[in-house]
Design a protein around this ligand. Structure first.
Ligand code: NAP
Length: 579
């Protein structure tokens, strides 16, 4: 990729004092960002004449100076005249960029240029809509006004009320006639930040760490670089994602992106917070949005929307994987079934309960607790593998319907603890009983577990549920829901890429995140600095290159150095140290 066209990663610095902002600037450099935005309106008692030269001297990164006006969503408390003086001063001192709001940009830029002073400072003309995303026509008209001010870069920021609003942002970025920053704020706008490089965005913002965001919906720099690999993203990058509501807790992006990285594929997997499934699928039905994982509450909607659905998914009544064909048609699959059943079969084989050459579940009594989406997948998969299926569910009618559909038997949930027709049975919990926060609950009495050879729990938070702990104590082989999670994701990966998932790398990124990241932090490490007692008495050491700050006399001793950090910064320093 042409480096001059690469989308820059900018960290907005939100510190309340100049010293803390200088510290953040060093951290921003270490984090791998390309630019830092100095939000000087957030510094209390900011004195431009005294503070700007300090901030701009020997800066480790190019900076944008932004004294954001209150009327544009910022916090600058002084007069408009003094605010514009900050911008003039930053321009004269050679800041790399200054950010001027559209409302005042016309006159201000003309005046700056008419002074005839040479400056390398680039002027960003910005416009923020904190409520919604206007129509394409309105956006286009505003952007034309912004270019007419004579600025060098246009920054148009909207608020996404729905993820489909982001399509408009992608549209104006793709059509831009000069360097353009385009973002949609809010949780629904997240993909505008993650995919900005793909659509030609000049820059995208990433917070230094969680808690340091300057706008709603901002990812961290670390996520942008390490999870979403925005530095290697380009217009040809194929997009995949997990559709759900909620969705930001999903481990899918970390898992699938690791797989793409491992196989060197120009693909990215993003979280898609969707309010209206059909609307999303229609608006983003485009060749570069190629595949989706579908989670709660849209698995049935996905089944209805797909043009073609594999038989198993039809019978289960849920689609959790959608692939867009080149014709624009959607093909649906269910990998929950494959994920759960292969995990159970593997558990049987590894524990010597089945030989490699036989169908391990054939003839076994397979008890499913629950009759929802996961229950249906388990019951269907067990029947396909020639097990005898029994379904127990709180709502007995649902248990009966499911049992009938797989030629099995239904029992009441409260019969389960006395249900011991034989030994060596398989038990699979597909209810949410035992899931965080109710981690001490189990769907079945411990004593009843002696009749089971293997117990599987679809719940994977926590990994070791009460049911699995009880089962292990009663001598059963246990299989965690995490195995189902991996299994369904690996099967999805194959549908997305036609390649086998690099399983061990993908597992490691979830189970050993620190080890997986090892060596990735770009710390030049020029000084070792022990920082004094801070954050509940823990001693923190860091190898970050803070010597520059120390040389400047900003942090004359370690105790003071520690005092200057926020809790979130301490986390970042700890992270840097771990890596
Ligand atoms: P679902 O369609 O909503 O079904 C929920 C099932 O749990 C229903 O049978 C429901 O019974 C039962 N249930 C819920 N609360 C209960 C309670 N307090 N007491 C007794 N029964 C209760 O949900 P789902 O998609 O099947 O998911 C179920 C569980 O599986 C969740 O914990 C989910 O996280 C997990 N899961 C894990 C994976 C994985 O990869 N490991 C994948 C999918 C799902 P009623 O019919 O009586 O309402």
């Amino acid at each position: 990729m042409d480096p001059s066209k690469q989308c820059l990663i900018c960290v907005p610095l939100t510190a309340k004092t100049v010293k803390k902002m200088l510290f953040q600037l060093e951290l921003a450099k270490e984090s791998g960002a390309d630019v830092a935005e100095l939000r000087v309106d957030l510094i209390s008692g900011f004195d431009a004449a005294a503070d700007l030269p300090v901030l701009l001297k020997d800066k480790p990164l190019p900076v944008i100076v932004t004294p954001r006006a209150k009327w544009e969503g910022g916090e600058y408390k002084g007069s408009e005249e003094s605010r514009q003086d900050i911008l003039r001063m930053a321009y004269d001192l050679g800041a790399d960029y200054i950010d001027v709001e559209l409302k005042v940009a016309g006159g201000f830029i003309q005046e700056l240029r008419s002074r005839g002073k040479d400056s390398t400072t680039k002027i960003i003309v910005s416009n923020h809509n904190w409520d919604f995303t206007p129509s394409d026509e309105e956006i286009h008209a505003t952007i034309e006004q912004m270019w007419a001010t004579g600025g060098d870069i246009v920054k148009y920021v909207t608020t996404a009320q729905d993820i489909t609003d982001v399509a408009q942002v992608f549209h104006f970025l793709s059509e831009s006639k000069g360097p353009t920053i385009g973002l949609a704020m809010g949780p629904a706008g997240m993909i505008s930040r993650l995919l900005a490089p793909k659509f030609g965005g000049y820059l995208t913002f990433g917070a230094l760490c969680k808690g340091q965001e300057s706008a709603p919906g901002q990812p961290t720099v670390q996520d942008l670089i390490e999870v979403y690999r925005v530095k290697s993203m380009d217009r040809d990058t194929m997009v995949y994602g997990v559709i759900g509501k909620p969705v930001y807790h999903s481990k899918g992006p970390v898992l699938h992106n690791k797989g793409f990285e491992e196989l060197n594929l120009n693909k990215v997997y993003v979280p898609l917070l969707v309010d209206d499934f059909n609307k999303f699928m229609n608006v983003f039905n485009r060749p570069d949005f190629h595949g989706f994982s579908v989670t709660i509450p849209y698995k049935e909607d996905a089944l209805k929307l797909c043009d073609r659905v594999e038989n198993a998914a039809k019978i289960i009544g849920a689609v959790n994987t959608v692939v867009r064909e080149t014709t624009g048609e959607y093909q649906g699959y269910n990998t929950d079934c494959e994920g759960a059943l292969s995990a159970i079969e593997k558990g049987l084989r590894h524990s010597g309960l089945a030989n490699n050459d036989e169908t391990p579940l054939k003839g076994k009594l397979f008890v499913v607790i629950g009759a929802g989406g996961a229950g249906k997948a388990l019951a269907y998969g067990a029947k396909e593998r020639h097990a005898r299926v029994v379904v127990a569910n709180r709502n007995y009618e649902r248990a009966k319907a499911l049992a009938e559909s797989v030629g099995g038997k239904a029992i009441e949930l409260d019969q389960l603890s006395d249900f011991r027709p034989e030994t060596g049975m398989i038990l699979a919990n597909s209810t949410s009983i035992g899931m965080e926060p109710e981690v001490t609950r189990s769907p079945i009495h411990k004593d009843a577990l002696s009749a089971y050879a293997l117990v599987f729990d679809a719940v994977y938070t926590p990994k070791q549920t009460q049911l699995l702990k009880d089962a292990a104590e009663m001598g059963a082989v246990t299989v965690s829901g995490e195995e189902m999670f991996y299994g369904q994701a690996f099967a999805q990966f194959r549908y997305f890429t036609d390649l086998p998932a690099p399983e061990s790398a993908m597992r490691d990124v979830i189970s050993k995140p620190a080890a997986a990241k090892k060596g990735k932090l770009r710390a030049p490490v020029s000084a070792q600095c022990s920082i004094g007692t801070y954050s509940r008495g823990r001693m923190i050491s860091t190898r970050l290159g803070f010597d520059k700050l120390l040389q400047r006399g900003l942090y004359p001793n370690s105790a003071q150095f520690g005092m200057l950090m926020d809790k979130s910064q301490v986390q970042l320093v700890n992270l840097a140290f771990r890596c």
